[in-house]
Design a protein around this ligand. Structure first.
Ligand code: URA
Length: 187
């Protein structure tokens, strides 16, 4: 099966997934979007209200800022792949629970294997913790490691979540600066 077919299979599995209770309240699962052969994959946390209504990752306010960050380094959404660790929206945008992450992780793990990116970028603390565990990196606070490159089985770079930057201009500047490191890897 080629990448398209394999990712389509994941989509079908997510659409019929009842492994955790989140499927009951969500409108649409948010599976992932972008280039199926991307060199860079961005991994957010979980869908918000707008994502839940459309099925598109990062299409709300944090998505607008993510687009701005990509533009800042001359990338388009179509150049990268964007997904979340949790495919269904947690009620009232609460943080994903450990058990939900555990039940859902097989999907993001397979998406990473299929797309086979050079660089994995986490957006936010939860996806950073998830990726560090998955790659065998000792847990560290995001304030210490944001924008740093870890070389494990793949290159891994944790970033702050773009939502934090909406209300904090300081974080906005940090994120812009941190994203510049990706310029070294895209060409
Ligand atoms: N926040 C996330 O982490 N993911 C989305 O898709 C939207 C907002």
């Amino acid at each position: 099966m080629n990448n398209e077919e394999q990712l389509k299979k994941i989509k079908e599995e997510v659409l019929s997934c009842t492994n955790c209770p989140l499927y009951k309240e969500r409108k649409l699962p948010v599976i992932g979007q972008g280039n199926h052969n991307a060199k860079i994959i961005f991994i957010g946390e979980a869908p918000g209200a707008k994502e839940d209504a459309t099925g598109v990752p990062f299409c709300g306010r944090s998505g607008d800022f993510l687009n701005e960050l990509l533009e800042h380094i001359n990338l388009k959404r179509e150049d990268v792949y964007i997904a979340n660790i949790i495919k269904c929206r947690p009620p009232h945008n609460r943080d994903p629970k450990e058990i939900e992450i555990d039940k859902c992780k097989k999907f993001i793990e397979r998406q990473i294997e299929i797309i086979n990116p050079k660089i994995i970028c986490s957006l936010g603390r939860h996806s950073m913790n998830f990726m560090m565990k998955s790659l065998g990196i000792d847990p560290q606070p995001i304030s210490k490691v944001h924008g740093k490159v870890f070389e494990k089985r793949r290159l891994f770079i944790p970033f702050y979540h773009p939502a934090v930057a909406i209300y904090n201009s300081n974080t906005k500047e940090i994120l812009k600066k941190d994203f510049e490191i990706l310029k070294d890897y895209v060409n």
